[in-house]
Design a protein around this ligand. Sequence first.
Ligand SMILES: [Zn+2]
Length: 103
Amino acid sequence: MKKVVLDAHVEIDVNLPYYFERDPEKRAKRLEQEASDIKDFIRDHRSIDVHDVYVVREYGWKCEHCGWTNEGEKEPEFPECCETAIREWATHEELVEFGYEEA
Ligand SMILES: [Zn+2]
């Protein structure tokens, strides 16, 4: 499989210097509030400390043979998307089991 860019999105990194929240859901809620403030800022040109705006590429794995994509961090060891991919890792016994070859 080949590592490819599956998608991209823009993230805005907000400065929260005195804010520390370990609970992921509470942190998400707090960031949603910040995001709402940023939208107000863009509308009103109000002063707010936006740290950065950058594009995040979402990497994944793409089968060269059939185009199937997988969003995981690690390359799938035994992709079953198509016969060509299966033939790259399967043993003769497994190919017989999957019905691609005669015993
Ligand atoms: Zn494939």
